[in-house]
Design a binder for this molecule. Structure first.
Ligand code: ZN
Ligand code: MN
Length: 485
C-alpha cells in the first residue's frame, strides 16, 4: 500500500500537508526561571515557584531563548518581527498549573520563512513557513500502569520551545520526511536543539487533507500526533492519504480528527474528534515586556550564523568534488559532517571521503561505537591516508593500521613502525625478489610466455608473499612486466 499507487489510481486528487514542529531549545535554563533545562532523573526536581505556577510570581524572559529564535528565523530565511508579544493561551490541564500557557499569538517573532527540500528528481522545492513562535512547554501527566492513579511531573514545565508552522505546501510523504529532516538539521547546525526525537526534543504534528485538483477549498484535514520517527511519520501519511481518498470515493466524508499511528497494525487510529477550535481566550501577557529586536541585534546574530546544511552541500559539491548523493550522506549527520570537514582540511584528496564512507561507517556499524568516541580521529584518518598516498604503506597495510588505531587510538606512524609495515617500494629490493621468483619457476614462466596470461597473478602473489604483503603492487607489476617479456 503506497500513496504513489493510490494517486496513480486517482490522478484527479492532490494531497495538502502542513506540519507543526515543536523544537525544544537547548538553553541552560528554562524560559522564565533559573531552573536547569535538562532531563532530570527524579520527577519534580527541576522546579521552582515560577515554573510550578504559584500565584503571585513573575516570569523573567531568558535572553538566550530570544537569540535562539532569531537564529532559527535567520536559518529559515524568515522575517524577524521588530516588536513581538507574548500571549496567554488558556486551558485547564493538570500538567499546566497556571491554567494558561505563555506563547505568542498575534505577533510571532518570525514569519514567512522557507525551508528548501530536494525532490526525488533532483529539483528544489521551497516549503513556506507561516511562522515560528516562542512558547513554554507544559509538564507531563504520568498514568500509573499498576494502580488507578495519575501523577504530575513538572520538570518539563517552562522548557523553551519554538513552534514552527508550515503552509500546506507539502504534497507527499516523501516531501514531509525531507522537510522534517532538513528542518531538524538546520536547528542542529544552528546549535539550538539536540534534535533528539526519542526524548521529544523535535516533535511533529502533521495535518493532512486531500482534494480534487479542481476544488478551490482545502479538504477536511486530520492531524497525526506524537509520532517520533521520520519513517513512521512517512508510513502514517501514506496510510492516511489512502484512507481519505478511499473514503471520499466510496461516497463518505472526512471528519476532522486527531489520529495516532498504530505501528503494530500499521494504520492510523482515532484519538479524538476535533470540534470547533477551542476558545483559548488569548490576550497579551501583562507580566512580560514586548520583545524588541533591533536591526543591530539581527546583524549581530547574523555574524553568529554557522554554515548551514544547504550551503555545506553546495560547498562540498563545488569545492571538494563530492556528488550530491555523497554530500547529502555527509551533511545529513552533523557529527559526520564535522568529522569530514576536519579530515578534509588536512588531506584534500577524494580518498578521505572513500575511507569515511567505506571504512569509518563500516567499522562503526560493526562495533556499534559512535563517531564522537571513535579512536580514529579525523586527524588520524587523514594521517593514515597520507601514509598510503605517499607510498609509505600499501593498501593492505593501511587497512591493518586503521583497525589498530580504532582499537588502540595510537598514531598511525607509530603503528607502522611498531609492526614494520613500511612498504618495500625500492626497485632494487623488489628486483632481487622478482628475479629469484622467475629463476625458481621456469615451468610457470614457460607456460606464461606460451600465452597463459592468467599466470601473471601467480607471480604477483608470490612477490607479495615474499615481501609479507609489504611490496608496492605497482612496482611489482612493472618489474614483472619487464622481466617476463
Ligand atoms: Zn523554575
Ligand atoms: Mn504549541
Amino acid at each position: 500500500m503506497s500513496n504513489i499507487s493510490i494517486l496513480q489510481q486517482y490522478p484527479e486528487y492532490e494531497v495538502n500537508i502542513g506540519i507543526e514542529v515543536h523544537v525544544q531549545l537547548n538553553t541552560k535554563t528554562k524560559i522564565f526561571c533559573t531552573c536547569a533545562n535538562e532531563v532530570a532523573q527524579q520527577p519534580n526536581t527541576n522546579i521552582c515557584p515560577i515554573c510550578a505556577g504559584y500565584p503571585g510570581v513573575l516570569p523573567v524572559l531568558n535572553e538566550q531563548v530570544v537569540n535562539s529564535a532569531i537564529l532559527a528565523g535567520l536559518g529559515t530565511q524568515s522575517e524577524i518581527t521588530p516588536v513581538s508579544i507574548f500571549a496567554r493561551k488558556h486551558y485547564f490541564y493538570p500538567d499546566l498549573p497556571k491554567g494558561y500557557q505563555i506563547t505568542q499569538h498575534t505577533e510571532p517573532i518570525c514569519t514567512e520563512g522557507k525551508v528548501n527540500i530536494r525532490l526525488e528528481d533532483g529539483s528544489t522545492k521551497a516549503i513556506r513557513l507561516i511562522r515560528i513562535h516562542i512558547e513554554e512547554d507544559a509538564g507531563k501527566n504520568i498514568h500509573s500502569p499498576f494502580s488507578n492513579e495519575s501523577f504530575v511531573d513538572l520538570n518539563r514545565a517552562g522548557t523553551p520551545l519554538l513552534e514552527t508552522v508550515t503552509y500546506p505546501d507539502i504534497s507527499s510523504a516523501y516531501e514531509a520526511k525531507e522537510y522534517l529532516k532538513n528542518l531538524r538539521s538546520i536547528m542542529m547546525y544552528l546549535g539550538i536543539c539536540s534534535g533528539n526525537m526519542e526524548d521529544g526534543a523535535f516533535r511533529a504534528d502533521t495535518n493532512i487533507s486531500v482534494r480534487k485538483k479542481t476544488a478551490k477549498e482545502l479538504g477536511t484535514r486530520c492531524e497525526l500526533k506524537n509520532i517520533n520517527s521520520f519513517k513512521f511519520i512517512g508510513d502514517a501519511i501514506e496510510y492516511e492519504i489512502e484512507r481519505q481518498i478511499t473514503t471520499l470515493e466510496e461516497g463518505g466524508m472526512i471528519v476532522q480528527q486527531t489520529r495516532l499511528w498504530d505501528e503494530k497494525n500499521r494504520k492510523t487510529i482515532i484519538m479524538r474528534s476535533k470540534e470547533e477550535a477551542a476558545d483559548y481566550r488569548y490576550f497579551p501577557d501583562p507580566d512580560l515586556p514586548l520583545i524588541e529586536v533591533t536591526k543591530a541585534k539581527i546583524e549581530q546574530m547574523k555574524e553568529q550564523l554557522p554554515e548551514l546544511p544547504e550551503q555545506k552541500v553546495k560547498r562540498l559539491v563545488s569545492d571538494n568534488g563530492l556528488s550530491l548523493y555523497e554530500a547529502d550522506i555527509i551533511v545529513n549527520d552533523i557529527e559526520l559532517a564535522n568529522y569530514y570537514d576536519r579530515a578534509a582540511k588536512i588531506n584534500s584528496s577524494k580518498q578521505v571521503l572513500n575511507w569515511i564512507l567505506r571504512d569509518v561507517l563500516g567499522y562503526l556499524k560493526e562495533s556499534k561505537e559512535n563517531l564522537l568516541e571513535f579512536k580514529v580521529t579525523p586527524e588520524k584518518l587523514a594521517g593514515l591516508i597520507t601514509l598510503l598516498e605517499t607510498g609509505k604503506i600499501n593498501n593492505h597495510a593501511a587497512r591493518e593500521v586503521f583497525e589498530e588505531v580504532a582499537k588502540t587510538g595510537k598514531e598511525p606512524v607509530d603503528i607502522v613502525k611498531e609492526k614494520g609495515l613500511e612498504q618495500i617500494g625500492s626497485s632494487e629490493e623488489l628486483e632481487i625478489i622478482i628475479k629469484a621468483i622467475i629463476d625458481e619457476n621456469p615451468d610457470v614462466v614457460q607456460k606464461y610466455k606460451a600465452g597463459n596470461e592468467r599466470l601473471f597473478g601467480f607471480f604477483v602473489g608470490e612477490a607479495m608473499k615474499r615481501t609479507k604483503g609489504k611490496g608496492s603492487p605497482n612496482v611489482i607489476q612493472d618489474l614483472l612486466k619487464k622481466y617476463l617479456k
